[in-house]
Write a protein that binds this ligand. Sequence first.
Ligand code: MAN
Length: 530
Amino acid sequence: MTIMHCHYLVLLLVVGISAVEVQRPRGVPLSKRPFYEEGKPFTCLDGSRTIPFNRVNDDYCDCQDGSDEPGTAACPNGHFHCTNAGFRPAFIPSSRVNDGICDCCDTTDEYNSGAACQNTCKEMGRKERESLQKLAEIAKEGFLLKQQLIQEAKRGLEEKKGKLSEVQVSKKDMEAKVESLRTVKETAEKPEKEAKERHLKAWEDQKAVIRMEKDKAKMAEVFAELDDDADGSVSMTELLTHSELDPDTDSSFTEAEAQGLLGGVDKVDSSAFETVWNGIKDKYISEAKADTTIETPPEENKEPAADSESEPYPDEDIPEDDDDEDNEEEEDEDLDDYKSPPTTDAQEKKPDEDEEGTMPPYDEETQQLIDVAQKARDEFDEAERALREVDDQIRNIEKEISFDFGPTAEFGYMYSQCYELTTSEYIYKLCPFNRVSQKPKFGGSETNLGTWGKWAGPDDDVHSVMKYEHGTSCWQGPNRSTTVKLTCGKETVVTSTSEPSRCEYLMEFITPAICKEPRNLDLTDGHDEL
Ligand code: MAN
């Protein structure tokens, strides 16, 4: 039953009480009575023929439109009118006249079938009146609530507009702050970068010295190893004992080849060995290691290879990052030990550690520059974050203000709310002006049944239907979409969902925001169906 019925029923009851039954042929509504004039020829209502009046309701169908038999079952397409005094008049198909089933609450359709019909019109009228009364009360209360919603919406809008201009002003200040902090940061980063580069360069130089010293020691070790007869020089014969030094890989290491490695002489002393060493160190296999497995290349051989590669030194940023991490990790234990790079006592090799060990910590002056720059960076980042936040706020308020929340913003209260309805299979969720979703009750992911599209009611009541579109696509079907029908009620609640066509959903949604002002009932409304 709709609210509209309420109007009608009150009219019906009032008129019903005072109405006088007007005599007319059986089954004829009052509005058609003038066409059935006692004793005068009757013209079928479609104008097709005219017959003597005694052929009206004579249980024989003369008119194509069935209009000569309003009170019998003779015409297949005829209609019988029941007055149903006390309730609502109705038309039933002629075929139901005297079929043994009581169709009219006033029993008039079963005048000759012997069916024991009871007149239930009064009772039905009473029940309908009661429920319409309830609906009317709901509508009245709903409409009052709607007035509150409108007031709240007005206040809310004012607040939002106020907030917007406030935030827009603070955005300007924040932009200026970000710019000045950017300058502070960039000014602090320049000396920081230079100091870090200086530190790195010093470390690179130091590593080169360490590498050179190691290489020298290695060279001396190899010289002693090769100098089998310990005469203070390495000879061609001694060199030949190391077949891995064969310059070509023809498996025969000849004297001439060995001599070539020695720079064209038969033997070299330790100082001349320096040049020879440069030529052989990549291939040389230490005698101590040669006996053991060959699969693992000896440690010594790795070294020059590593040296020849570009420095595995950390990027400019890496020590900084480590710095942060270390600071965080160690803060609790030792506040003094905040310097980067990390401790030297660590057993495991860190990624930024190479053969020469880890880079020594920054000197105090560099560390101070880093700290100052880091502080400037943090402050800049924080200001930027705050600016982004304000931007988001502005966007959100502008978005909310731009929605069509109804002629008096009465639907605005639903914004950023969600309303759920659980069915036997799914939990449906309607988040007005946002989206509709469906989640299987017993596990499984949520399906988007559409995002806010538009108001889609009829032209004279466009705010009575919402349309949500472009949801998750349906297998071999359209993208899911939902139509939400709004009806007046005291609460805001989804009362039903259905899927009239595959992946096209329908929701019934009750809200006070749609309640219309209760009308004064016009009892003189031209109703002549009694
Ligand atoms: C899921 C649900 C149903 C829908 C089918 C279509 O099971 O979203 O509502 O009909 O998919 O395949």
